[in-house]
Every structure is written in C-alpha cells, then in structure tokens.
Design a protein around this ligand. Sequence first.
Ligand code: NDP
Ligand code: 2IT
Length: 450
Amino acid sequence: MAFKNEYLAKVYEKVCARNPGESEFLQAVKEVLESFEPVVEKDKSYETNGIIDRIVEPERFIQFRVSWVDDNGNVQVNRGFRCQFNSAIGPYKGGLRLHPSVCASVIKFLGFEQIFKNSLTGLPMGGGKGGSDFDPKGKSDGEVMRFCQSFMTELSKHIGADTDVPAGDIGTGAREIGYMFGQYKRLRNEFTGVLTGKGLSYGGSLARTEATGYGLCYFTDEMMKCMKNESFNGKTVVISGSGNVAIYATQKATQLGGKVVALSDSNGYVYDKNGINLDVVKQIKEVERGRIKEYCDRVEGAEYHEGCKGIWTIPCDIALPCATQNELDGEAADTLIKNGVIAVAEGANMPSTPEAVEKFLDAGVMFGPAKAANAGGVATSGLEMSQNSERLSWTFEEVDAKLKNIMVNIFHNSYNASKEYGNEGNLVMGANIAGFLKVADAMKWQGVAY
Ligand code: NDP
Ligand code: 2IT
C-alpha cells in the first residue's frame, strides 16, 4: 500500500534513503506508519511536532567489537549492538539477541517494535534492543561465559537500572543473563536490577520464564472469546520454534484445553498427532540443549520432517508462530487458511510477512500481531523491575495474575483503537495506534531538544 498521507510518505521516503538495504527495519517501519494514516489525518499536531520524523530515528545506536578467546586459545571477534530507540515513557527496555543473523537492520526493527509493545503493557518502559552475531550453539559454557563477559564489559558503559534494562531474546536465556549480570556487578560494584530474566536466587521474578508463552495464550484466548466466542478448548494448535516462547505457549495452550501437535527448530519440525509431550521437549531443549528431531527417538508415533516451513501445512485451528521474523509467508498463510485456521497470534517478533498478514486479515482470520500478543514477556520484565526497586519478590500467582490482566487489557485497548480509527477488528492497526498515542503524547510534552 502506498501512503496516501503526504507527511507519512515523506517520512518513509527519508527512512528508506537513510537506512539502505535494511530490509527488516524498513518492513517494520512501513507496517507501523501505514497504521498511522487516520491518526495523522485527524490531528495535525503529530506533524507540527515532528513526532513521526523523530520516532523512526533511534535516539542512540551503539555498535562495538566483542573479542573473546575460544577453548582452543584462538581469538574470536563478534559484533555487539545496542539500539536505544525511544525513552519518552521510561528507560530503554528490550532483549538481547544472540544469533548469527543479527545485524543493524534486525536490531533496529526489534527496537522499533519494542517502543509500541512496551507502551501497550501500560508500564513505564521505553524501547530498545541489542545483541550480537555470536552463535551460542555448539559453544562450551566457558566460551559462552567469556563472550558474555566481554560483551558486557562494553555494554555496561551504556546501561543501568534507570537508563536501559536489557533482557533475553533468541539465544539469550538464564545462562547468558547470569554471566552478564555477574560481569556488570563486578565492573560497577552495584547490585541493581540492570537486567531482567535473572535467576530466582539473585533478583529474578517468578513467572518471567513462562511469561511470553503464557501471555501469548492469555491474549489469544481473550481475542477468540471476544471476537468469535471461541476458546482453546478442543482446538488443534501448531506452534513453531521450540525455545522459551514456544515451550511455555505449548504448556498454557494445553492447560487451556488445546492440543498442540507440532513444534520446530531451524532444521525441521515434529508432528505428534497425540499431542506434544512437553516433558520430553523440556528435557531435550532446556536440559540437554539438543535438537527437536530427538523427540521422535523418544516418543512413539511422532514424525520428523526436514525443513521448518512445512510446519504450516499441518491442518490446525490455531497457529502460533514462535520462532523468528518472516517465518510465515504468503504461501504458508494460504495453506493455513485453506485448512481452516481461525486464529493466528504471533509469539515471535514479526514472524508473518506483510503478504501473510494481509491474507489473514482479508480472510477474516483473527490475527494477533506480535507487539500485542507477545508483550507478556516484557510486561513481566517490567514487573521484575518493580520487585527489584522495592526489594521484594511476589509469588508466582501474583505475577501470573498481573500478567493475565495486562494481556487482557492489551487486547481490549488494541481492539478499541481499531474501532475508533475505523477498522474494527484489525488488531495490527489497533495495536500500532494504541501503543503510539502514549509515546507521542510524552514526546510532545518533553519538547524537541533532547
Ligand atoms: P529461543 O532462543 O529460546 O528459541 C528460538 C527458537 O526459534 C528455537 O527453536 C530456534 O531454533 C528457532 N529459530 C531461531 N531462529 C530461527 C530461524 N532463523 N529459522 C528457524 N527457526 C529459528 O528464543 P525465544 O523463544 O526467546 O524467542 C523466539 C521468538 O520470540 C523471537 O522472535 C523473539 O524475539 C520473540 N520473543 C521472545 C521473548 C522472550 O521473552 N524470550 C519475548 C517476546 C518475543 P534453533 O534452535 O534451530 O535455532
Ligand atoms: O521481544 C521482547 O519483547 C523480548 N525479547 C523481551 C524483552 C524484555 O525486556 O523482557
């Protein structure tokens, strides 16, 4: 869709010229700006205050060398990033991705999305993201530790509990957060809530591990209930990925009465018509750091297929993409629609291509976009920050109840915004607008000279 609004067209053109070749970042910006057409048409102050011009440009983008020594004594060099995108409503907040595909474009798209997602949670958190092209796969614990320490040695100069609070993402789990926290404390001599997703013995929050997957299902459940009087009960569910988000989405979807029949990793997918046995998956992925293929050696009747895209050919009622960006394309969307999918909600960030999103919306499939549907992770990180500030820890039930409440509110705020701006039920538009309004208001009040 070309921009009808001249101001948005002009801003987008400038973003393209300034960020050549950054396809993921441009994809994310285009989708968000398209949603803003009715907003900037209705209120010219967004234009006169240069809100859109400013919101697409990171406040700060840090890139640095990360050198470390591998187990063979060889020097390795990776590239580290932190994108401090927007601090209008709170300290920068967002995860750290460790994956070979990490580059400026990926970090900027994730940081940009995080601005609106964090705003949707209702908690005071700005948007940021970081990471490195380091690949934790196949590395020893010692190598991961040395990398994390070297990474944090530079990152520590730019973050802080009231400045920027990183957390986990792909490739960054409890192990990596622990090593990074230890190094930050060593360097600063400060025990503060500078990272979230910490271990429970040193300031982590109960339910943070489960939060993104659980939150995704709470959101999806509310969406199905309110939009079509449906629920997980008795539904067949397909979930891509088999990492943190996928595992806890599987757990909650199952608790809510759904049957999860497939999971994947970057090599392939498993299909288990009897419903995934999550204890087996947890043993393989969380304890042994193995591959999803091994599931079939342990569970009778389960099938393994090479290649991760084929997972979308499995007939299902509910699809939850929980692996990575652009993993679900137009062709996959056609297949899901043909097979009768009723709801798609994004656990991963930007897993559906723009073609896929358009097809779901056109076909009347209920569609929960990432920045709304997967906000439970960062929301619970926000709750971890609160607990750290008051030096208390809440029970699992308290945190889980707050998470659920936040996800239900995110659905309704997104739905109501879609209605108010003339596209009822389009949660892509609704989430973008609902997230934007608070950030834009804060930016207006704070003036232009940052
Ligand atoms: P993990 O590292 O725990 O798991 C990632 C999973 O996705 C693995 O199964 C991995 O397979 C698969 N995957 C990663 N990259 C690719 C790829 N290029 N192609 C196919 N499969 C891939 O990460 P998380 O579960 O934490 O994150 C998953 C998604 O959820 C990401 O998009 C992340 O940004 C998003 N997210 C995470 C949150 C969190 O709290 N952790 C919060 C909100 C969103 P393999 O092992 O083969 O690499
Ligand atoms: O994409 C995300 O929202 C995350 N990876 C979680 C960020 C966080 O700060 O908990």
